[in-house]
Design a protein around this ligand. Sequence first.
Ligand code: GAL
Length: 684
Amino acid sequence: METENQYFMHGGDYNPDQWFAYPDILKKDLSYMQQAHINTVTLGVFSWHALEPEEGKYQFEWLDEVFDQIHGIGGRVILATPSGGRPQWLSQKYPEVNRTNNLGQKHTHGFRHNHCFSSPIYREKVRLINQKLAERYGDHPALAMWHISNEFSGECFCSYCQENWRQWLKNKYGDLATLNHAWWMSFWGNTYSDWSQVLPPSPLGEHKVHGMDLDWKRFVTDMTIDFYLHECAPLREKTPNIPITTNFMAEGHATQDFIPLEGIDYGKFARYVDIVSWDSYPDWHNHFESLASTAMKSGYVHDQYWSLKKQPFLVMECTPSYVNWHQFNKAKKPGMHMLSAMQQIAHGSDSTLYFQWRQSRGNSEKFHGAVVSHDGSTQNRVFKEVAAYGARLEKIKEIKGTTRKKEVAILFDWESNWALNRGGGYGRPTRRYQQTLQEHYRYFWEQDIAVDILTPDQDFSEYKIVLAPMLYMMRQTTMEKLKRYVANGGILVSSYFAGMVNENDLLYLGGLPEPLRELFGIDVLELETLLEDEHNEIKYQGKSFQTKDYSAIIDAQSARVLGAYQCDFYSGSPAITENQYGEGVAYYHAARTNGDFLQSFYSQLAKKLNLRKEAIAEANPAVSIQGRISAQRSYYFVMNFSEVDQAVSMLKRVVDLETNQSVENTVLLAPYEVRIFYVENEQQ
Ligand code: GAL
């Protein structure tokens, strides 16, 4: 399903119900929105209290008015279902709707995102309010999209959920003998003899069974999707042509990381949404990395959300200035909003939507940035930058809906990540699966070579190169798929940790599984853990490179050894190998390397494979170029992620989309500047 509007969505969460007591302030919103070039608002995310103040007593008049007003200024509405925050009366009258934690304690009302996914009463109440919303606004000309709940996450351990858990396991395993085997319950002698003994993981009881934890996470994903589908049902019935989304998240901020959320299998969830959307809050201007590094991580997460459906996604939330939940909440410096928001579009977003339109006067997010700040002024820096960005989006609207071209794929699997992190053993703090994938991605981002990040069950047969480092949990079907890919001419790169366990987190016996042994031409003998400050070294093409964290000790069989370890008891044994398999080649990185090695390794492959760069200019690691493409034109976003001027030398003649001027030779980009160029496709 496509949104009909032909412009990029620019706007965000609009919460008039916070301001009912301030009619003078509300009156200003519409004209302010026009000044800020806002064309889309998300309504109702936390409005249940104002829509159904008493059980069964609905109050839609205020929302009718807002809908009409937004329509009146030519805007569109993303209407949220309100299940992310329920009214007090609901929890008070039906305490079962509140979550139960893994100690069996029932939550009281408060906060948000904390309902039970199984509670029949909650499901019924949500169905009713969603149905009312669909009936009331389904035909409203301003309705653009449904936004289901808000940032689904978390889990519940109540008796309903426990019953669903047991049923889920029965459907999966059929009988207890199969379950006992899959979870290896004979270890510590905890085999189940009756289904009623099977409880969810809890620190008060079973919490060390890896297979159980993995299944619990799968169950939580399935329950979340089930709840989401339950929410969608009345909307689909009344409004089959209105697309549905729910906002996904990223995480890691407190640890200086920025990675897609790990707790829910978004690869699976994405199959059920019409358009992927996510809430993007990178930690710009931090003190631990360069701006380009933050941009690389942010680009990675955008690329992952693009890849879930390989189609334009939406940035459902971001901040025009600062957030309130970092340790130190820095405002975006002048120009940074333009740059960071254009980066969203460059990576395939068809929107920039903010949390939130107007800064709250009180409560927990009152110091979070918004388009309209506490000063209520359209003359402050943030407002003006938002308005300038909105005006610019209008000028480049022909890019909306365009696609992207990629020849490189990285494989990431949520389930494998859960299993790997839960594993114990080896180096606990150094697992860092997603962060390691980002280190591989970095080379391509710096070279302006576009990358998709796919789950192993997506089709990767058309990519020139597939990177699957650390793919710890591998199904037989994935191994066969990888073999077919390489046999048909593909280039595969994998590493230590790959292919260790099956889908139940049971180790493959007898060394590296046969299909992988054939594919990589090696066997893995041991996996050695390095301490935090410990290193090994590999010799590769006459140069030494430091390694860290992990060293697989391998035996090269049919593989050619490209690099060998230089230290420790496995000195001289193979560290980097290459194996011709069918028409293609499979590389194995036994050691965890640093960026210098990855750069040297991938630059040769990129050359050999003649990988498509968004190369209207010579690569400069502080300048990112990302492309989008329509039937007629190729667009290039050239973005300076640094605090100094950057000279970018063009390799071909391009046209500036906004000025229509031809550009050749060198362009000087000011700090944070972004320029958008195009070439007609036939000229390529
Ligand atoms: C999001 C959430 C918003 C708001 C925002 C603040 O995670 O969906 O409601 O809390 O964070 O950054």
